[in-house]
Ligand binder design. Sequence first.
Ligand code: G16
Length: 541
Amino acid sequence: MPLLTVSTSPIDGQKPGTSGLRKQTKIFQSPNFLENFIQSIWTGIGGVTGKTLVLGGDGRFFNAEAAQIVLRMAAASGAARVIVGQNALLSTPAASHLIRKRGADGGIILSASHNPGGPNGDFGVKYNTGNGGPAPESVTEKIFAATQVISEYAILDSADIDLATLGEKTLGDMIVDVVDPVADYADLMASIFDFDALKALFAGGFRMRFDAMHAITGPYARAILEDTLGAETGTVINGTPSPDFGKGHPDPNPIWAKTLMDEMMGRDAPDFGAASDGDGDRNMIVGRGQYVTPSDSLAALAANATLVPAYSGGLSGVARSMPTSQAVDRVAAAQGIDCFETPTGWKFFGNLLDAGRCTLCGEESAGTGSDHVREKDGLWAVLFWLNILAKRQISVKALMEDHWQRFGRNYYSRHDYEGVDAGAANALMDDLRGRLSALPGTQAAGLTITSADDFAYDDPIDGSRTEKQGIRIGFDGGARLVLRLSGTGTVGATLRVYLETLDTAVFDKDAQEALAPVIAAAEALAGIKDRTGRDAPDVIT
Ligand code: G16
């Protein structure tokens, strides 16, 4: 098969963000864009000669074509083997598991996660290392450096390889091993949770709705929830992956999973509701009449972890991203274990998990996971909740009320201002950053500021330092405000404003009302309306 060496030149905008390189699909489809980035990955990881990689994606538009290009480029650069999910499909946690299980050197995940898909949507490429986790910044920086000096890429001139049929085949000298995307992952879940207790739960009439949002988790959820655990047929809705996610926005939050939310808040709601995102790593948990914020979910899982067989011996520690609420911190304090605060991005949990310093980790952005893989894991979180409910024989609402009685409630919300002018958003952040040192001791909308800094993280394992990870402002009484710019958006800038306040007495307030003083302080400090030209956030979660 002819090996082509194609001349190219650097293309702007190939710097990986919070989670890989994410762009509008049409940019990824433009000449050499994908090829430049893939070749730069090979360069950034020291070449692929003789290596084994895992490859899969969330099935969005351009997934199939991109997978063929990656395979031809891997073969051209001397990779020994690529393990591919059937039809180039793999959820992100399933890909992480396959990398670890098969001892691969790394993997490529084709996904823009919860961003919409389709010709006018987004596409993305993420490189995961041999531990199964997103490449750390030390690696993504090398990849980015390679994108800036690239002059040629190598690709086999060959026909598309059949990815629909399971089994090994060859592409040039490289083996392509097409595997069932669900089987290994389903086995892993069975090794973590008490499947007998879950079968008994469903056999007893427990009703659940799982919204796969037309994305990758549909086949996983059907196989595990309906076929294995006996949940009634129809438990999984929107369960067939489609390239444009049914023209929806596969982000599991109360805004984008509104139909599920309405059902769960309505009469005759099922006992339990859940949703997952485009690539299956995010989750939303909602009980009958009770939404659970991702931050609260992490805290509840940590507090009840010993009910799950895999965690029955207790947790070594927990970790949360900085903007995530501090609910889990008090659970950790009660258990006498460490609680780490990391920058936004799952890649920052990898070292802690590898070193055995934490077992559970989570983020406000609907991600929860453990040391079973090195990605957040949507369906795992759902099974974790089911395992707890099965053991405690309690409703989600009663479980959360019990939790808040014990630990207090961190009322929490995130306000997103999307597609804001990047210059205006950066000016807002820079201006506030410049005033931080003078803020402690002053007041904002009646709240006294006790601390103000720009979050920097010193990794306790490898000593690396990551700066400018978000402005955090603490108020008297435990309230907190965090501002940062998203690293996953593809148009303009997205300003995220994270709001939190602690209440140890009253647990049934509306979150926006409970947070009204912090919202007013955010406006007083940052002048968000003036700077962004927006009267209100685009999305409130
Ligand atoms: C990614 C990262 C998460 C991060 C989230 C939001 O999630 O993996 O760690 O919390 O983006 O990031 P940002 O606030 O910068 O937009 P996903 O599910 O999109 O891969």
